[in-house]
Design a protein around this ligand. Sequence first.
Ligand SMILES: Nc1nc2c(ncn2[C@@H]2O[C@H](COP(=O)(O)OP(=O)(O)OP(=O)(O)O)[C@@H](O)[C@H]2O)c(=O)[nH]1
Length: 168
Amino acid sequence: MLAIQVQDTPGVQIHEHSLDCNEQLNKCIRWADALVIVFSITDYKSFELLSHLYHHVRQLHPGNMVPVVIVANKADLLHIKEVEPQQGLQLANMLGCTFYEVSVSENYNNVFNAFHLLCKEVNKQQITSTPERRRTSLIPRPKSPNMQDLKRRFKQALSAKVRTVTSV
Ligand SMILES: Nc1nc2c(ncn2[C@@H]2O[C@H](COP(=O)(O)OP(=O)(O)OP(=O)(O)O)[C@@H](O)[C@H]2O)c(=O)[nH]1
C-alpha cells in the first residue's frame, strides 16, 4: 500500500543559501520514501526554491537516494510564464531527476505518469534496500496540517456553539 501526502510549502524561504523550513515540512520529507517537487512555470520564485528543496531532501536523507521527480506545473499558462520549460528540464538533468511538464487544469495524464514512475522507483528501491533503510519507512505519516487546521476550526466552532447554547 502507498500513502501520498500533498504538502504545501508556506513560509519556506531561502536564507543565506540554505533553506528555512518549518518542522512540519521536515517531518514530511523525513517520512517520505520518494518525492515529487512541483514548481509553477508562472512563478520564478517557485523555480528558484526547487534546487534548495532538492538539496534539503538529500540532507534529511543522508546516504539514501530517495527518488525525486520534478514537475513543472501550469504548462497551459505560456503567455504569463516566468520560467522556460527548457530551464526546468536542464535543472532536473543536473540534479539527476526525472522531469515532467504538466497542466493540472488541462490534462492529468502526465500527473499520473509522474506518480506512476515514482511508485515504480520506490518499489524497485524497496526490493533492493537494506534492513536499515527499510526501518526508516516505519516513521509514522505526519498529520496533514490541513486536517489539523480543520479539526481546530471545528472545535472552535463547536465551543462557540456550546457557549451560545449555555448563555441562552
Ligand atoms: N491554469 C492553470 N491553473 C492552475 C494549474 N494548477 C493550479 N492552478 C490554479 O492555480 C491556483 C493556485 O493553485 P494551488 O493548488 O492553490 O497551488 P499553490 O501551490 O497553493 O499556489 P500558491 O497559491 O501560489 O501557493 C488555483 O487557482 C488553481 O486552480 C494549472 O495547471 N493551470
